[in-house]
Structures are given as C-alpha cells and as structure tokens.
Design a binder for this molecule. Structure first.
Ligand code: COA
Length: 376
C-alpha cells in the first residue's frame, strides 16, 4: 500500500463576471417584459405575475456578491436568459476540456509534473456536455497522459468522491499519478428566469494532482482518510437526460430540465447530515476537531457554512479557519471546496491538519482529511 497525497492544485477562473446588481437589473427587465407580455393571463388569474429580485436579498440569503461565467451576454439578455456558447466542431476541444486543460496545467506545474506523468484522469462534475466519449478521455489526450480516464457525476460532491476514487487507486498501486478535474459550467443548467435560484451558481474549473507521497516533488498534503455517504432525496433535482425526446412534452421549455431545489428543505436536512458526517469521520480517524487548522467547505451558502463550522468546532470559527470563496465565485457545485482549498492552503505548516468537505444533490456528502507535509 502507498500513501496517497495531493501534490498540486489549480483553478481556472472565467474572465467574465456578473455582479449581483447586473444580474438583478437583467432579471428585473425580464420580469417586466414577461408581466407585460402576459398581462391578460395574469389579469384573468390564469398565471401568476413574476416578482422582481433584489441584490440585498441575494447577499443576505446567500453571502454571494458576484459570479464568474463563460458567457454573460446571453445570461444578461432579458430576451434569452441563458449563456451563448459557441458550437464547436467534433474535432476541436470541447469547452469543458478547454477549461480542464487550463486548471490541469496549473495543478501539474504546482506538482512539478508533466501531463505524461499522469496515468488516471477523472473528470468529476455535476454535468457533462455529452454522453460519450468521456470528457476525461479528451482531457487525457490533450494532456498527453497515459493510463485511463473516466467521467463521474455525484453533483456537488463529485470532487470529493473523485478524490476518494483516485486516492484508493494510488493507495492500491493500480495508478501512480492521478488528476481529479472538475469543469463546472453551472450557468448552463441554472434557470436564470427563476428568482428563487437565479443568483446561485457560477462557472469555474478546479484540478488536483494525486500521487504517492513518496513521489512528491515539493510540499504536499497526505490524504489521511476519506469518507463518502449518500442518501436519496428529490430536493435538488434536474430531470434533463437522454430519454427527454421520448416523452410527450419532452423537448418543450420545461422548468424541470434545469436545476431545481427546495432550498429551505436542503438547508434543514443537509446541515445535520454534514455535521454528523464530519464528526464521524474525525472520530474514526482519531482526530479531535480542535486539531483541525482549517475547514474547506462546500460553497453554497454562507449561513450554512457558519453553522457547520460552529457545529464541528464547537465554537465560532476564527477568521481564516474556514475560508469562504462563495462571495466571489457563488456556488460552483463540486469545485467550491477545492477552490477554497487551492486558494487557502499555502500558509499551513508541516503536520497541520485540515478537512475538505462537499455536500449537495443526491443527497451526497464527501470529506477528505489531509495533513500538510513540507517535503518528501
Ligand atoms: N429576491 C427577493 N426575494 C426573494 C428572492 C429574490 N431573488 N428569492 C426568493 N425571495 C423571497 C421568497 O419569495 C420568500 O418570500 P416569502 O417569505 O414572502 O415567501 C423569501 O424571499 C425567502 O425565500 P427562501 O427561498 O425561503 O429564502 P432562503 O432564506 O431559504 O434562501 C437560498 C434561499 C437558496 C439562498 C437558501 O435556501 C439556500 O442556500 N439553501 C441551501 C442551498 C444548497 O445548499 N443547495 C445545494 C445546491 S448545490
């Protein structure tokens, strides 16, 4: 058995930003237009008028201030309300592969590795732009990696579940150097016309290099242990899929073909699940909460993270102990906790312990206990 370690990380951040004010201005223009176009039906009581959104609500309900996206023009066009992404030919890299390549190159550079050192690519994300061939195999080819590659989807927990899969294979010796990459184009599956959720998501890609600790070229994080759990729930759901055209109204503009959630229920049900999960993981690993230097949590909601931090640590987290990035990136599904890890881990010292934890649709919860090592 070999000790698996995270030896490099990378984040690709799209160039375009949408602030809450820009988002709300476009949404409210869409609402005015919708209500004017449907005035008679609204008047007759056949459909409900849409209510406007507000920046104050978004910030106080979620902690989100802005989000990065691959295309803002389509999202902010009140006559469209979803991104415009160029149709690519089959013989050029897809958009997910292109985002992935950027994040993977940064992670490989941090690990002082080449693409050719990699023998496993896991593309772990909450949506994949096509059914097959796997995006991961396209990334493998673009990186010049060997071995094998596959896609996996556990929604917001895709990254931590991917880390467990890669770490277990490195530990067993079936792979030597893995990349877990999470290209999340959440702008594609967000319903920008629904004020309950139009502010939630952003786009990003993260990548982690996972290899034997003994192969590390510089400072690294040993993966001490991982823990994954799932429990079925319909409270976060997207019904889009390959059977769509077989259904009577399958190709029509249906609300359930985009992200849907019952936010309040998610809040209530997922919080205790996550707190208990982290407690059990630490207990099993023989680590006390007060030994953790840092928590890198899933980035969906600031109040949620404050609650989990308090529950796990038994006190209010100190500044920097539980860094949030959601104010800048919004919820980026599986990538959120990895962005927090990538941007807020360099200051840890030899022997410091930290925990990455994601949670979301499924329900799913994944946690990864890591220990900083200065060098091999
Ligand atoms: N602007 C203004 N008001 C809005 C609004 C908007 N954009 N969206 C909703 N509101 C209103 C609602 O209509 C409601 O009004 P009411 O009290 O008169 O009925 C009120 O604000 C509260 O709405 P609610 O949906 O209950 O807000 P919330 O406090 O639950 O916050 C979320 C919404 C989505 C931010 C929050 O539920 C959340 O983050 N949940 C967990 C999400 C999560 O982790 N998901 C995982 C996904 S990967």
């Amino acid at each position: 058995m070999y000790q698996p370690a995270i030896t490099g990380s990378g984040v690709f951040t799209p160039e375009q930003v949408i602030t809450n004010d820009e988002l709300v201005a476009a949404f409210n223009a869409y609402v005015s237009r919708y209500n004017a176009e449907n005035a008679a039906a609204i008047e007759a009581g056949d459909i409900e008028a849409k209510a406007p959104s507000s920046s104050d609500f978004i910030y106080s309900a979620s902690g989100i201030e802005q989000r990065y996206v691959m295309d803002k023009t389509g999202v902010l066009d009140p006559g469209r309300m979803f991104p415009k992404l160029r149709q690519r030919n089959d013989d050029e890299p897809g958009i997910m592969a292109e985002m992935a390549l950027d994040a993977c190159r940064t992670a490989l550079k941090a690990a002082q590795r080449q693409g050719s050192d990699v023998d496993l690519v896991i593309c772990a994300a909450s949506n994949h732009e096509r059914a097959y061939p796997a995006i991961a195999i396209e990334i493998q080819q673009l990186l010049g990696a060997g071995g094998f590659a596959f896609d996996m989807n556990v929604a917001c927990s895709s990254a931590t579940f991917g880390i467990q899969a890669a770490a277990d294979m490195v530990r067993a010796g079936s792979v030597r150097c893995a990349i877990v990459v999470c290209p999340e184009i959440c702008s594609g599956h967000l319903e920008w016309r629904d004020r309950d959720c139009h502010f939630i998501f952003g786009d990003v890609c993260t990548a982690l290099v996972i290899e034997r600790a003994e192969d590390a070229q510089g400072a690294y994080f040993t993966i001490r242990s991982t823990r994954c759990a799932t429990q079925f729930s319909n409270n976060i759901r997207n019904n889009n899929g390959f059977l769509r055209r077989t259904r009577p109204d399958g190709t029509s503009d249906r609300r359930d073909m985009q992200f849907m959630q019952n936010g309040r229920k998610v809040f209530k049900e997922v919080l205790p699940m996550v707190s208990a999960h982290i407690g059990d993981h630490l207990g099993e690993a023989g680590v006390r909460a007060d030994q953790l230097r840092r928590l890198w949590l899933h980035q969906a909601n600031k109040t949620m993270n404050d609650f989990i931090g308090r529950k796990v640590l038994g006190r209010d987290p100190e500044p920097g102990e539980q860094p949030n990035i959601l104010q800048d990136y919004a919820n980026t599904s599986s990538a959120g906790s990895i962005i927090a890890f990538s941007k807020h881990s360099d200051d840890l010292g030899d022997g410091d312990l930290g925990l990455i934890c994601s949670f979301g649709a499924g329900y799913s919860v994944g946690s990864v206990l890591v220990e900083r090592k200065d060098s091999a």
